[in-house]
Ligand binder design. Structure first.
Ligand SMILES: Cc1cc2nc3c(=O)[nH]c(=O)nc-3n(C[C@H](O)[C@H](O)[C@H](O)COP(=O)(O)OP(=O)(O)OC[C@H]3O[C@@H](n4cnc5c(N)ncnc54)[C@H](O)[C@@H]3O)c2cc1C
Length: 284
């Protein structure tokens, strides 16, 4: 797995915030859709991410904070300049020792930017989610929270640009409450446009008690469709792509072990997917 320090921040571009819109209601986790207009020369594809550089000052002096964000929509152009869409969750963490609330540097910086503000972006960098050459291939896409971002762009790309996809595409998406289902909240050009594609289906999973921080039942959503997923997994040309937080691993291991009959069966099938480059993930 690549470390952030390995990403080259030498290639920098200025970007202007064109739009920043909150997708989630006020009393839920804040997720914003931000559209950037980047200076010419920065070309980014749907299967890429890019970096955001934030100047910081702390007890060890001035520094640069670098974080990566997925391309969340098909790249476009305005006046010859690239337009990039990103989904950003405002992050905060409670320090285990002091109990103090710590605001994530880059996500808060981005969520606080207003249209017209300039920021510095880096990259682009490759994401591991590649469109298979075989249009018969099946894709199981599993995203949690802002993990929907790369898949939103990916699904649109397949149906709009690659075209005539014959394999099944199944998108599983987890959020804490219905109000936080980002792709349903995005009115313009959201994934619901593809619901009538014969090969595409999207399922969402929620937390049964979002205010009690109960886990999102992504495992249950997969288990509820066990028959179809087992059938898809029995085919050699099936890919699984995963994006989201660390805890997604545990949920997926539980769900796939259950639907395949045992932990060992899932471990074997996952090893095949990994060996055949048919498993890809970004975890943050
Ligand atoms: C390939 C890739 C794609 C990504 N795509 C997206 C995307 O599309 N949208 C999105 O919103 N995010 C995305 N992320 C995550 C994003 O890069 C950032 O990690 C996220 O926004 C938090 O960064 P931050 O600077 O706000 O937080 P930071 O300031 O970096 O703080 C966050 C980290 O520091 C730790 N931390 C720091 N201080 C404390 C403390 N006092 N107590 C406890 N923990 C602490 C936290 O555990 C956490 O890991 C992606 C990540 C990767 C690797």
């Amino acid at each position: 797995m690549a470390h952030l320090a390995d990403f080259n921040t030498e290639r920098k571009y200025q970007a202007t915030i064109k739009k920043s819109e909150r997708l989630t209601p006020p009393d839920t986790e804040e997720v914003r859709e931000i559209i950037l207009e980047v200076d010419p020369g920065f070309e980014v594809r749907v299967d890429q991410s890019f970096g955001v550089l934030v100047k910081t000052s702390g007890e060890f002096g001035k520094g640069m904070h670098h974080r990566l964000y997925s391309v969340a929509d098909l790249p476009a152009k305005s006046n010859g300049k690239p337009l990039i869409t990103m989904l950003v969750k405002r992050c905060s963490y409670v320090d285990e020792f002091s109990g103090e609330l710590y605001q994530g540097v880059a996500s808060n910086y981005l969520c606080d930017r207003k249209p017209g503000d300039k920021i510095t972006v880096t990259g682009p960098f490759e994401l591991p989610f590649v469109v298979p050459e075989d249009k018969q291939a099946n894709l199981i896409l599993i995203g949690m929270g802002t993990g929907i971002a790369p898949f939103r762009a990916f699904v649109k790309h397949i149906y709009k640009n690659v075209k005539d996809w014959k394999g099944k595409i199944r998108l599983f998406y987890g959020a804490r409450s219905g109000l936080e289902l980002l792709y349903l909240n995005n009115k313009d050009g959201d994934l619901t446009n593809y619901y009538d594609e014969e090969t595409f289906e999207a399922f969402h999973a929620l937390s049964p008690r979002p205010h009690w921080a109960d886990p999102i039942e992504l495992d249950k959503a997969i288990e509820d469709r066990a028959a179809e997923i087992v059938e898809i997994l029995s085919q050699a040309n099936t890919y699984i792509y995963v994006a989201g937080y660390e805890k997604i691993h545990e949920m997926l291991n539980k769900a796939f072990s259950k639907i395949l009959g045992s932990k060992e069966k899932w471990a074997t099938r996952k090893a095949e997917l990994v060996a055949g480059k048919k498993w890809a993930e970004i975890i943050y």
